[in-house]
Every structure is written in structure tokens, then in C-alpha cells.
Design a protein around this ligand. Structure first.
Ligand SMILES: Cc1cc2nc3c(=O)[nH]c(=O)nc-3n(C[C@H](O)[C@H](O)[C@H](O)COP(=O)(O)OP(=O)(O)OC[C@H]3O[C@@H](n4cnc5c(N)ncnc54)[C@H](O)[C@@H]3O)c2cc1C
Length: 202
């Protein structure tokens, strides 16, 4: 069993979209493939898959819960969290201010997102900057140069590779002294560790 985000859900006919970030399936890949990435790379019309998912419209699994007084929404995600972050950005109401940093392997992974909110999105492309497969968040230096004050009443949502998520959380909570209750962070995967190993560790 592996966890994936419903990027979209439609009725009549019932359809869902899931965006799989493939890893380890290209020849000579330096990272291992897992069952989900392997399955997605070969999936064809007619293949069967068993899904367990939320039965209610309010998908709490995304855990995006800004406090009522939030003045600035800050989002960081890597390619595995682009589906969730995109859904968040698209759901933000008009008048909300947001700064979003999304890290992806290739320029072709950049997507056009639509939103009514006042959102500034920065896409960071690892292959262009010589990044090392996501073990260190490219956004960190940019974040350090970004003016965010307590008066912004920020709410931060972070999801992606768990080492990156931890480093960014430390930046917001320790370096910026943002109340930890205003920082939601979720490790979506970890280098060298499969999802069941990650779950066993808790
Ligand atoms: C709530 C939640 C929502 C998620 N939503 C999505 C989503 O919408 N799209 C998506 O692509 N992923 C998503 N993920 C991440 C996905 O579940 C993991 O990447 C998962 O480990 C993939 O399973 P696998 O069978 O391919 O690899 P596993 O068997 O779990 O791992 C095998 C090896 O691959 C490595 N690995 C795992 N993922 C990656 C990666 N992305 N890049 C490089 N190496 C990797 C592991 O470190 C391990 O060494 C989500 C995770 C969570 C918890």
C-alpha cells in the first residue's frame, strides 16, 4: 500500500486524477524504484488497482488548516507534494495572500495553476541548479532572503522528502520563531526508506 493524493475527483462519469512522481524507473537511475513507481510507469488502460480513500468531501489528509487570523500562507512542496500543494493553491479564496515554493526535477514538471488568491509561486528546477535529488531544499536560501514578519501572521504548510521538510520546519520554528502550531509539516517519503519502513518508524 502506498499513499497518493487525489489531484482531482470528477462525477458522471466517476474519475480521479493521481499524479505519480516516478523514481528509479529510468535506465541507470541512482535511486531505487518502489512498487508504486514501478506500477505507475507501466500502467495501462484496463489495469486494476485497489484504492482506499476519504469518503467525505473535506479531505483532512492534506492537513491544510490555517488559523482564522492567518495573513500569509506559505507553502513548500517537492514533486510528490505538488498535487496536494496545487489543490491547496487552487482552493485559496480571493483576498488570501500566499507565497509558494515548489521543487521539481525537470522544467517539464512545471504546471500552470489557477487561483483566485493573491499567490506568488516560485518553481525551483533541480536539474537546472544541479541539485542532488531533493536531499536538501533549494528553497531554503531563498526563504532566508524573504521578508516575513510576525505582522504577516504566517501559516506554513510543508510536505515532501522528510529531511527537507525537517530542515524547513527548523527554519520557520527556530530561525524565524514562528509558533510551531502555525507550521504543518508532513514527510511524504524519505531517501533510502520505503513507505512501509517509514510508517513502522512512526
Ligand atoms: C499523504 C501522502 C500523499 C502523497 N501524495 C503523493 C502524490 O500525489 N504523488 C507522488 O508521487 N507521491 C506522493 N506521496 C509520496 C509517495 O507515497 C512516496 O514517494 C512513496 O514512497 C512511493 O512509493 P514507491 O512504492 O514508489 O517507493 P517505496 O517502496 O516507498 O520506496 C522505495 C525507494 O524509493 C525511494 N523513493 C520514494 N519516493 C521517492 C521519490 N519521489 N523520489 C526519489 N526516491 C523516492 C525511497 O526512499 C526508497 O529508497 C505521498 C505521500 C503521502 C504520505
Amino acid at each position: 500500500m502506498r499513499s497518493y493524493t487525489l489531484r482531482a475527483l470528477r462525477r458522471d462519469p466517476d474519475e480521479i486524477d493521481i499524479d505519480f512522481a516516478l523514481h528509479g524507473v529510468e535506465p541507470g537511475a541512482s535511486v531505487q524504484a518502489g512498487p508504486a513507481s514501478r506500477w505507475a510507469a507501466r500502467a495501462a488502460a484496463g489495469d486494476r488497482v485497489l484504492l482506499l480513500g476519504p469518503a467525505v468531501a473535506d479531505n483532512r489528509a492534506i492537513r491544510f488548516r490555517p488559523p482564522e487570523d492567518t495573513g500569509l500562507v506559505i507553502v513548500w512542496g517537492d514533486e510528490t507534494a505538488v498535487p496536494a500543494a496545487s489543490a491547496i493553491v487552487e482552493s485559496l479564496p480571493a483576498g488570501t495572500r500566499a507565497r509558494v515554493w515548489l521543487e521539481v526535477p525537470h522544467a517539464g514538471d512545471i504546471q500552470d495553476l489557477t487561483t483566485e488568491a493573491d499567490v506568488e509561486i516560485t518553481w525551483l528546477v533541480r536539474e537546472e541548479k544541479g541539485g542532488d535529488e531533493g536531499s536538501s531544499p533549494m528553497a531554503l536560501d531563498l526563504l532566508r532572503d524573504t521578508l516575513i514578519t510576525a505582522a504577516d501572521r504566517p501559516y506554513v504548510w510543508l510536505a515532501g522528502e522528510s529531511g527537507c521538510v525537517k530542515r524547513l520546519r527548523r527554519h520557520f520554528v527556530r530561525e524565524r520563531d514562528i509558533d510551531r502550531r502555525r507550521v504543518t509539516f508532513v514527510g511524504y517519503w524519505r531517501h533510502g526508506v520505503s513507505e512501509e519502513e517509514l510508517r513502522t518508524e512512526g
